[in-house]
Design a protein around this ligand. Structure first.
Ligand SMILES: *Cc1c(COP(=O)(O)O)cnc(C)c1O
Length: 277
């Protein structure tokens, strides 16, 4: 393995400054939120950016990085420090799950949307190195975005009252149950959403996509608390406070997301600059 190319000093400083600036904004947003026991995690989204950029951020103490493409993370992960926590935030086909989950320091997958994908990921991991997963929710309902439908109180009542829901209906609750019942090598960390750009740019009102994810979390936590209660062996979900973690907020809206109670923000452009498309 050849040594990674040297980081240019100017680029290194640029990334270090940008990171400090984002952390600063997160601290301010957190101080304005009612969620004081949150320790928001910043995932630096490095898709399309060279490994030298990632190494520069790592030297500035950044440990969590996000990637969207299997081929790209497969190239980058082996030549970067092993204590990086990789977050996969892109669309994943089940046939690539095994290769992806084999990356030892893959920390979390934010884009779980099906039973099939959960089963494939579970097979590629062991109980000694479980993979954190977040269910992706399509809060904006845009057809261009992936994700399971958000929950409303009505959905919850109908799923609780029907004795045997049709097996082909893969709602959020069904996929969550599958993870906790049949996937001992996965840990259900929380919920993720992207949301619509229009909603993220309109800062006059509470972002309805963030509100939808919060509402969905409340309902899902009720179901899981009943079916997979704390201290039971199937209690493989949530953080140390018993809450599902929310992954929401990107460069355009991470401060609003933190104020709304986000636990993980995924920020690329504000750290590494515009991406070459
Ligand atoms: C690219 C990407 C991000 C980062 O977006 P920026 O606007 O550059 O901060 C966050 N989340 C997901 C799912 C992405 O694909």
């Amino acid at each position: 393995m050849s040594a990674a190319p040297a980081i240019s000093a100017v680029r290194g400083l640029e990334i270090k400054d940008a990171l400090a600036n984002v952390y600063n904004k997160i601290a301010i947003a957190k101080s304005m939120s009612s969620h004081q026991n949150l320790k928001p995690c910043l995932v630096a989204v490095s898709k399309f950016k060279p490994v030298t950029d990632i190494a520069a951020a790592y030297e500035a103490n950044q440990k969590d990085f996000g990637e969207n493409y299997v081929n790209e993370i497969l190239e980058k992960a082996p030549i970067l420090p092993a204590d990086i926590r990789w977050h996969f935030i892109g669309h994943l086909q089940s046939n690539k799950a095994k290769t992806l989950a084999a990356i030892p320091n893959l920390y979390a997958l934010h884009t779980l949307t099906s039973i099939k994908l959960a089963t494939a990921l579970n097979k590629a991991r062991s109980p000694h190195s479980p993979l954190n997963v977040l269910l992706q929710v399509n809060t904006s309902g845009e057809s261009s975005k992936a994700g399971l439908s958000p929950l409303t109180t009505l959905d919850y009542e109908s799923s609780a009252s029907s004795a045997s829901p049709p097996s082909e209906s893969e709602g959020l609750v069904t996929v969550a149950r599958h993870v906790l019942t049949d996937c001992p090598n996965l840990y259900l960390m929380g919920l993720m959403t992207i949301g619509s750009l229009d909603n993220s740019l309109n800062t006059d009102v509470d972002n309805p996509d963030f509100q939808s994810l919060l509402h969905t979390r409340g309902i899902l936590e009720e179901v899981l608390t009943r079916e997979f209660p704390p201290l039971s062996s199937s209690h493989r979900w949530g953080n140390e406070h018993g809450r599902l973690v929310l992954s929401m907020g990107m460069s355009s809206d991470f401060e609003a997301a933190i104020r709304a109670g986000s636990g993980i923000v995924r920020v690329g452009t504000s750290i590494f600059g515009e991406r070459q498309k």
